[in-house]
Design a protein around this ligand. Structure first.
Ligand SMILES: Cc1ncc(C[n+]2csc(CCOP(=O)(O)OP(=O)(O)O)c2C)c(N)n1
Ligand SMILES: [Mg+2]
Length: 391
């Protein structure tokens, strides 16, 4: 444990990697695990470090705007990411452009950081599309609300990648190899899909980085109920490496994920990263966290806010000045305004047609899907008749 970290309110497991103190300073001493990852941090140049900060701040602002839009009846539901931006932006920065991300439903910093527009992101939360973006455009798979299912999709995709790259040299792998980041939560870690994904990925050396954001809650169920041990330790049972990292330390998360991606890229199979973080807000806009957790706990985590820590770090290291921080704030405000504008101007004409849902189920036409499409049209036409009668 970093010696300066004595004030961490919720102790991290002793093996957790941490490369900045809770106050955002370079630590005066590192534990053994952290020492191992320090060289990866040296790969992060100023522009990339600033970009991590930018992604965190702009995502938080879009998150706030989306929460307000939901409260105003413009979105059906919203899933806040506040508090988890450090884990998400740190991991994203460690990926190469060709790498794929298979998110849950909360990886807004990863989606926006990869270029998904707020409009595309919010179509789903307006109930207007199953996924508002083309996954190929950003190498970000659609959000998955069925817990842990995306880990199977990620593993299956990575298995194919592994087969495509099976006769590549180690240099080809290092330069152009593709890696898949499979995101999941502490609650999802209890799902059988995670077990199956890990067994399969290990058996076939699939290039997957399993990335668990342990935000300590699965809606109202605390982490302690999900696992007797830190989730990263489970990797040993599958025969691959697992590392626990302070997920509110964006630099440590970057360094550990850079290592993890390097491992997976080399063709030796999967690795597991467990990022300890905290969901500062409600599980979704349909949840009230005051019913199951205390204010003290929230306040202690708020002292570890990844944005505040990263800002302190950039300032202390002369990597960001007032002009930089103001420009980021301005960008975040602009993005929030674009978010609002995009959502309130969504109309029946601008949102994707429901027919699209049926169009993309299979690559080729399928009789069952065609039958479902026909049923749906009949069902919708029934509403038109009722409306006519009521007039
Ligand atoms: C298969 C399945 N079971 C149950 C649910 C209901 N559900 C939605 S989110 C959630 C908790 C997930 O917690 P965690 O994996 O820790 O992710 P977090 O929401 O904390 O990011 C549950 C039980 C679901 N969506 N899918
Ligand atoms: Mg959770």
């Amino acid at each position: 444990m970093v010696s300066d970290a004595q004030t961490v309110p919720q102790p991290l497991p002793p093996e957790a990697v941490q490369l900045m103190t809770p106050q955002g300073a370079p630590p005066s001493a590192l534990n053994e695990a952290s020492e191992r990852f320090l060289p990866y941090l040296q790969r992060l140049n100023t522009e990339a470090a600033q970009n991590i900060y930018r992604t965190m701040v702009t995502t938080r602002r879009v998150d706030q705007e989306a929460t307000a839009l939901q409260r105003q009846g413009q979105l059906v539901l919203w899933v806040p990411s506040s508090g988890q931006e450090g884990a998400q932006a740190g991991a994203l920065a460690a990926l190469a452009p060709q790498d794929w991300i298979f998110p849950t439903y909360r990886e807004h910093a990863m989606a926006l950081g990869r270029g998904v527009t707020p409009r595309e992101l919010l179509l789903l939360f307006r109930g207007a599309a199953h996924s508002g973006w083309n996954a190929q455009d950003y190498r970000v798979h659609p959000y998955t609300l069925v817990l842990a299912a995306q880990a199977l999709h990620a593993t299956g995709y990575a298995w194919g990648v592994g087969l495509d790259q099976c006769d590549w040299t180690s240099q080809q792998r290092a330069e152009n190899g593709e890696v898949v980041l499979a995101c999941f939560g502490d609650g999802a870690s209890s799902e059988g899909d995670i077990h199956e994904s890990m067994v399969f990925a290990a058996s076939y050396d699939a290039p997957v980085v399993f990335f668990c954001q342990n935000n300590h809650w699965a809606i109202s169920v605390p982490f302690e109920v999900q696992s007797r041990v830190p989730i990263a330790r489970r990797a040993a049972g599958y025969g691959f490496d697992g590392v626990t990292v302070d997920g509110n330390d964006p630099l440590a998360t970057y360094a550990v994920t850079a290592w993890a991606a390097e491992q997976a890229r080399s063709g030796t199979g999967p690795v597991l990263v467990e990022a300890h973080t905290y969901r500062m807000g409600a599980h979704t806009t349909a949840d009230d966290p005051t019913k199951y957790r205390g204010r003290d706990e929230e306040q202690s985590w708020s002292a570890l806010d990844p944005i505040t820590r990263m800002r302190s770090y950039l300032t202390a290291q002369d990597l960001g000045d007032d002009a930089f921080f103001s420009a980021v704030d301005e960008e975040a405000e602009d993005l929030a305004a674009q978010t609002r504008q995009a959502v309130v101007s969504m109309t029946a004409e601008t949102i994707p047609a429901l027919d699209d849902v049926f169009a993309h189920a299979y690559a080729e036409p399928h009789p069952l899907v065609e039958a479902e499409r026909a049923w749906h049209h009949t069902w919708e036409a029934g509403f038109a008749e009722t409306e006519g009668e009521n007039r």
